[in-house]
Design a protein around this ligand. Sequence first.
Ligand code: CP
Length: 290
Amino acid sequence: MRGLLTLHDLSQEKIKEIINYALKLKGGFSKKYEGKKMATLFFENSTRTQYSFQVAMLNLGIKVISFNASVSSVQKGETLYDTVRTFEALGLDGVVIRSSIDNYFKQLENIKMPIFNGGDGASNHPTQCLLDLMTIYEEFGHFEGLKVCMVGDISHSRVAHGNIEVMKRLGMECYISGPEEFNDGSAPHLEFEEAVKSCDIIMMLRCQFERHKEKMNLSEKEYFNLYGLDMNKVNMMKDKAIIMHPAPVNRNIEIADDVVECNKSRIYKQMTNGVYIRMAVISMVLDGDL
Ligand code: CP
């Protein structure tokens, strides 16, 4: 299949090539792909991924077609394969898909049009992972030896699962922290205060209430008191350490209101970098380099 579905099969060299290309695009770009048409097929809600893919397409000169599943033939029983096959038959040059179904792309093996994964279930979110890596690389200039801790709702997080696998391959030390009920053993566990004091990157994760089958054991207030990142904790961080969060954030549940845009936070920079990463990925796929 063409496009970008997971990062599992991408070499370290290719991952670094994408990041370097995104950094180059951040310095300037041209509308190189005028005449191309792409669509964003989102079957799960999104602000950042859907619209930064659309901005990336517009920056590259690609015409964007928005798709609204709630007024499409999906409501008449059209399958995912039939929706995507239809856009292929209409002559599109690629589609971005988000679905709550893990590995939904396995249903699409016969599709020849490029597919860009905008997130599947709790499994993959490859462009989020790449934009996180770009933000870390801009900050530190390397990956090897950096200590990162993902904090919070690990077990429901495609961001945590994707990042841990790739960050370990890039030589980073990965840890997880947060409530035992969300600990799925993806990485060694650190107590939250120890993580805050010792890590280069604290990556807070959203409590993904919409994916919880059962109510959280802790109240939101208890969660914030135990695992929320507030200014007292921020003041314990190392001088050069940074805070990341894929967003959307639950303010005053996993992260305090005044921490979201504090001087250690790179949350909005992550969003900006997402546009350049998506421009790089789309360009490389259309050029046959990915
Ligand atoms: N980080 C992220 O995937 O945000 P959205 O759900 O808004 O796309």
